[in-house]
Design a protein around this ligand. Structure first.
Ligand SMILES: Nc1ncnc2c1ncn2[C@@H]1O[C@H](COP(=O)(O)OP(=O)(O)OP(=O)(O)O)[C@@H](O)[C@H]1O
Length: 323
C-alpha cells in the first residue's frame, strides 16, 4: 500500500547572515501509513515545524526525498495540495468576521462547495457560535476554527501542528473524537504534540525525533517496547535524594516530573536495595509503559546509543553519543 507520507534523508540547514549554518533537520526519516493517526513528537527545537513546513513546500530542503499520497514533493505540490489540509502555524483570523464568514471566504478561495461549511462547523463543535465574531472566541475555539478550515476540502491527509494548544480537557476529548472519526472514514492524520499522554491515547503510530533525526518510529506499542528495554519508572517520596543515591551508585538516571526513570537497568531489585539501605522506600518500580517516559528515554540529551535509530550516527561526536 502506498504510504500517505514518506520522508527519507531530509536535511534542512538554516543560514543566517552572521551566525554559523544550523542543521535543523539532519537526515530525518518518517513513514505514515494511510488511515492512521500518527504522532510526530520531539522536544522543543527538535525540528518538527521545520519538517512540516518543508513537507508542505513552505521551506526548501537541502537534501532528501519526500512524497505525499504517493506523489513526490515539492515537484507535485500543486497536484497534492487539494488533497491535503494543514495547520502549521496558528492562522491569523479577522476578529470582525464571524466564524461562518471566515470559513465561507476560505471555501470560496479554495473552490469548496458552500455545504461543506455547515458540515465542518458541526464536526468541530462550533455550529452554535458560527454567527459570533471571531474576536469573541476563546483560544480553544479559534483552534477549532483553524481545524475546521483545514477540513473544508475534506482532505485525504490532515496535518496539524499542536492541535490541542489552548484546548481545555473537554476540548481535547472532542478533538480526539473528531480526529478518530476522520481516521475511521479513511483520512490520514498527522499531529505534532507535546501532550504525550494524549498522543498515547489517540495515535496508532508515532515518529519521535531529536536534534533533527528520527530516534524511534512505529506502532506506539513497538516504540514503548524499544524504550522499555532496561528503563524503569521509580517513585519514592524524596526523588531528588533518590536520584543522587542512584547516580552515586553508578546508575543512569533522569528526573521525569514527580518520578525517576532509571535507564539500562539489568536487575530492578538493585534499585530497591540501593534505596532501601539508604532509608528510602520504593513506592513504584515498573518498566516504562508511558509514552512520556519513552520519549524522555529516547530524546533525553539526544539519541542514545543502542536505541533504535534508522539513521547513520557516524558524524556524532563521542561526547554527544554518550549523553
Ligand atoms: N527561521 C529560522 N532561522 C534560523 N533557525 C531556525 C529558524 N526556524 C527554526 N530554527 C531553528 O531550527 C531548529 C528547529 O526548530 P523548529 O521550530 O523546527 O523545532 P520544533 O521541534 O518545531 O520546536 P517547537 O516544539 O519549540 O515548536 C531550532 O534549533 C530552531 O532554533
Amino acid at each position: 500500500m502506498t504510504a500517505a507520507l514518506e520522508i527519507s534523508g531530509l536535511v534542512k540547514t538554516y543560514r543566517s547572515v552572521f551566525g554559523r549554518p544550523r542543521a535543523a533537520i539532519d537526515g530525518l526519516q518518517m513513514v505514515v501509513e494511510p488511515g492512521q493517526i500518527h504522532g510526530f513528537l520531539g522536544p522543543n527545537g527538535s525540528g518538527k515545524s521545520t519538517t512540516l513546513k518543508t513537507l508542505l513546500g513552505l521551506l526548501r530542503a537541502d537534501e532528501g526525498h519526500m512524497s505525499i499520497l504517493g506523489q513526490p514533493v515539492p515537484r507535485h505540490q500543486a497536484q497534492v495540495a487539494p488533497r491535503v489540509g494543514a495547520i502549521v502555524e496558528a492562522p491569523a483570523f479577522f476578529g470582525n468576521f464571524t466564524g461562518y464568514k471566515t470559513l465561507s471566504l476560505l471555501a470560496k478561495a479554495g473552490g469548496v462547495p458552500k455545504q461543506r461549511i455547515g458540515i465542518v462547523l458541526d464536526q468541530v463543535g462550533l455550529s452554535d457560535r458560527a454567527e459570533d465574531h471571531v474576536r469573541s472566541y476563546s483560544l480553544g475555539m479559534r483552534q477549532r476554527l483553524a481545524v475546521a478550515s483545514a477540513l473544508l476540502k475534506d482532505p485525504e491527509l490532515l496535518i496539524l501542528d499542536e492541535p490541542n494548544n489552548g484546548l481545555d480537557p473537554a476540548g481535547i476529548r472532542e478533538m480526539r473524537d473528531l480526529l478518530r472519526t476522520q481516521a475511521d472514514r479513511g483520512m490520514t492524520v498527522v499531529i505534532s504534540s507535546h501532550i504525550l499522554a494524549e498522543i498515547q491515547q489517540i495515535c496508532d503510530s508515532v515518529t519521535i525525533i531529536s536534534r533533527g533525526r528520527t530516534v524511534a518510529a512505529g506502532a506506539v506499542s513497538d516504540v514503548l517496547a524499544v524504550a522499555d528495554k532496561g528503563a524503569y519508572r521509580v517513585r519514592v517520596d524524596d526523588h531528588q535524594r533518590a536520584a543522587q543515591i542512584l547516580i552515586e551508585a553508578g546508575a543512569d538516571v533522569s528526573v521525569a516530573g514527580d518520578h525517576l526513570v532509571v535507564h539500562d537497568l539489568a536487575d530492578a531489585a538493585w534499585v530497591s536495595h540501593a534505596l532501601g539501605v539508604n532509608g528510602l522506600w520504593v513506592r513504584e518500580l515498573a518498566p516504562v509503559a508511558q509514552l512520556e517516559d519513552a520519549f524522555l528515554t529516547l530524546t533525553g540529551g539526544g539519541p542514545r546509543r543502542g536505541a533504535f535509530r534508522p539513521v547513520d550516527d557516524s558524524d556524532w561526536s563521542e561526547e554527544e553519543q554518550q549523553v
